[in-house]
Design a protein around this ligand. Structure first.
Ligand SMILES: *[C@@H]1O[C@H](CO)[C@@H](O)[C@H](O)[C@H]1NC(C)=O
Ligand SMILES: *[C@@H]1O[C@H](CO)[C@@H](O)[C@H](O)[C@H]1NC(C)=O
Ligand SMILES: *[C@@H]1O[C@H](CO)[C@@H](O)[C@H](O)[C@H]1NC(C)=O
Ligand SMILES: *[C@@H]1O[C@H](CO)[C@@H](O)[C@H](O)[C@H]1NC(C)=O
Length: 344
């Protein structure tokens, strides 16, 4: 697939230019389980998602947020057509941080984009009408990777950030002209990366919570600073070429949700951003909370009634809940329309 992609790139660069406008009709998303609706499950199911893949929604399948993922709400709020290439377990580049081998942003997910939108070496989407959203990094820096010192000795956080910027460059070559890079969320506030040393479903092994929490904080802050610098540099480079590159402060939005839960979580139970919708009585036995495996996506039946899930910030120890996703979708809708304080 990769040579095909490089071959194409040479031909489709002469696209029209675009500036942020209210004409946005389409959103193209790349990412991981924070965005995936059913691609990872479909792969696990033996039904590899191909061209024009239509996602499977509940009740046939639930995403890692325990239900419907935020891009669906974004489509609803902005009346956008959504092309969601995000895949649970994905990283920016499997060459850098192989992890689970899911289709990665820079190549596997990009190949899907090419299959769907490049025909006869031409981009089928109008660059003035679509925006690319890149929202990746949690797995790249997380457990089984940087968080646990399992990364390759020759891979750094700078490589991970560069991978995201390279993805933007590749899409630019294909004709895309409007980009939003979502920063990493405050992972230090999730149960998985909290200062507690107690076992969790995703990481039952003994660890020093104090160090663990400080490490992930450092990685998230560093990644976000690298991404911000890279986005600014690309913006300058592309200024005369009609492309727009912006950063959405997911970190800031999630922090605001965390500190103002009653403003964002309206379920019938009290707002709760420290607990999560799916509770597991025994962290050493993931089966008790309905998950298929300790590092798989949560497919647990919703333990709480849906009205109560509107109260929790997290679906589980790592994944934001559906209600958090709704809040993200609303703010991303504002961002795409140019009115969000989290967009810069
Ligand atoms: C899994 O496979 C079944 C049968 O082919 C199909 O109906 C279902 O939609 C698939 N699930 C996903 C998430 O793709
Ligand atoms: C965990 O790490 C912190 C900070 O380095 C240290 O103060 C503490 O003693 C460690 N705890 C254990 C149980 O080793
Ligand atoms: C909570 O707010 C969402 C909109 O974000 C709305 O769709 C839902 O019905 C509300 N839930 C309750 C229980 O009020
Ligand atoms: C939130 O949920 C956690 C875990 O279920 C619980 O320990 C905590 O007391 C809850 N907080 C509130 C404000 O309900």
């Amino acid at each position: 697939m990769l040579p095909f992609f490089i071959f194409l790139s040479a031909f489709v660069g002469q696209a029209r230019t675009a500036t942020p406008s209210s004409k946005t009709t389409t959103v193209v998303l790349f990412g991981d389980s924070f965005t995936d609706q059913s691609r990872a499950h479909s792969i696990a199911n033996g039904t590899y998602p191909g061209k024009d893949y239509q996602e499977v929604f509940p009740p046939a399948d639930t995403a890692a947020d325990g239900g419907v993922q935020w891009p669906w709400y974004l489509g609803l709020y902005g009346n956008y057509k959504i092309w969601n290439y995000a895949t649970g377990g994905a990283v920016c580049s499997n060459a850098l941080t192989p992890l689970f081998g899911e289709p990665d942003v820079v190549s596997g997910q990009m190949d899907w984009f090419v299959q769907d939108h490049i025909e006869n070496k031409r981009l089928g989407l109008n660059p003035e009408e679509f925006v690319v959203v890149l929202y990746i990094g949690t797995n790249d820096i997380g457990i089984h990777s940087f968080a646990t010192d399992d990364q390759s000795p020759t891979v750094s956080l700078a490589d991970l950030a560069n991978c995201q910027l390279q993805t933007l460059r590749n899409l630019f070559k294909l004709g895309a002209r409007r980009f939003i890079v979502n920063s990493l969320i405050p992972l230090e506030l999730t149960r998985l990366y909290s200062p507690s040393s107690a076992p969790t479903i995703y990481y039952p092994a003994p660890h020093n919570g104090t160090q663990w929490n400080a490490r992930i904080y450092n990685f998230v802050q560093t990644m976000n600073a690298l991404l911000k610098g890279g986005v600014l540099a690309l913006r300058q480079e592309w200024a005369a070429r009609g492309a727009s590159v912006q950063m959405f402060d997911t970190y800031g939005l999630f922090t605001e949700m965390y500190h103002n839960p009653t403003r964002f979580f309206n379920g019938s139970a009290p707002a709760n951003v420290t607990g999560h919708c799916h509770q597991c009585p025994d962290a050493d036995d993931y089966r008790q909370c309905g998950m298929p495996g300790p590092i798989s996506l949560a497919t647990a039946e919703t333990v709480l009634p849906i009205s109560e899930t509107h109260s929790c910030g997290g679906a589980n120890e790592l994944h934001p809940s559906e209600q958090t996703g709704r809040n993200l979708a609303m703010e991303m809708f504002r961002a795409i329309s140019g009115h969000s304080k989290f967009l810069s």
